[in-house]
Design a protein. Structure first.
Length: 328
């Protein structure tokens, strides 16, 4: 009985079955690629939205800082109008409104040794006011700098202090290659007990605001000047005595006489030890100038040796008036 091949019937040949399976496989692959492409597209959109959100947050922070600065300028202008503050230039008003803090320069703040004794006896201090972004703001005011030693037996004690008025602080301003700011020298009232000191700075502006900053600086204590156990300390220069001067200069003729009496051929009178002392002594070789000249050796020339150039070679020694080359 023969099978029908109409719609809804199974195919009779294996080729048709393979073709159908291939079509179904390609369809599934296309659907999978489409789904993967949709996922990549969604991830790209998500990254783009995160980037836009981050930019919006940065912009909002910047606008908030600008708004706060504008409000500060407005308050300063109101104080000037009310007579609470003197009239200030626009640059000073803008700097007062922009300043948000005080900071020590870590590279330009360090201990110094000025008295020649081992150990630091003063500090080189460098600090500057800054805005909300950490940028330098050129601003003056009453400046106060203190240094504390946390290694003292009684706890943290102040071992240095300096205070400057607004006019004096303006003279301390330094415009350098690395940075700009207030630069001052702070002598230490007592030698540090340890290797760490705590610096504290305070800037009081004309509108009454205070900016504080702290910094830990490394120093060299004078306790390291003592010698180790079992070692003799160096003698001070003041206690040292000069060496005895020679009684006189030895004339050169004595040196010549001593040199002439020295027999360099005698191994027992050599100035340096002989590394071959254990070997039997041999007669020293004469100097090259004292050696007899060797007689000349007469070597006959072999007749069978061929001349350096054949007879047919046209060399310059064989040129004649007819064969000499001429410039054409």
């Amino acid at each position: 009985m023969q099978r029908l091949t109409g719609t809804g019937m199974f195919p009779r040949s294996s080729r048709e079955r393979v073709a159908i399976r291939l079509c179904l496989g390609l369809t599934f692959i296309a659907l999978g690629c489409a789904s993967r492409g949709d996922v990549d597209l969604l991830e790209a959109r998500l990254r783009n939205q995160e980037l836009q959100l981050r930019k919006a947050e940065q912009r909002a922070t910047q606008l908030a800082s600008q708004l706060e600065e504008a409000q500060q300028q407005q308050d300063l202008l109101r104080s000037q109008i009310a007579g609470q503050l003197p009239a200030l230039p626009a640059e000073t008003t803008q700097a007062l409104a922009a300043a948000t803090g005080l900071k020590f320069h870590t590279l330009l703040t360090a201990g110094q040794d000025r008295d020649g004794v081992a150990g630091d006896d003063q500090l080189h201090v460098f600090l500057f006011p800054h805005d909300a972004d950490g940028e330098l703001v050129k601003l003056t005011g009453n400046l106060e700098v203190e240094v504390f030693d946390p290694s003292q037996p009684g706890g943290m004690q102040r071992i240095g202090h300096k205070q400057y008025t607004a006019e004096e602080a303006r003279k301390l301003w330094h415009n350098g290659f690395l940075s700009s700011g207030f630069q001052t020298e702070l002598p230490l009232e007592a030698p540090p007990s340890g290797t760490k000191l705590v610096l504290h700075g305070r800037l009081t502006t004309i509108d009454g605001r205070q900016f504080d900053a702290s910094h830990t600086v490394s120093v060299v204590s004078r306790s390291g000047n003592y010698s180790l156990d079992g070692m003799i300390p160096p003698q001070p220069l003041a206690d040292r005595k000069p060496l005895d001067e020679p009684s006189g200069i030895v004339p050169a003729r004595f040196a010549e006489e001593g040199r002439s009496s020295l027999n360099i051929n005698d191994p027992t009178e050599r100035l340096v030890p002989d590394p071959y002392a254990d070997r039997p002594a041999s007669a020293p070789l004469p100097f090259p100038s004292e050696r007899p000249a060797a007689p000349p050796v007469d070597r006959p020339v072999s007749r069978s040796q061929s001349p350096p150039f054949p007879q047919a070679t046209p060399i310059s020694d064989r040129w004649t008036d007819e064969t000499i080359p001429a410039w054409r």
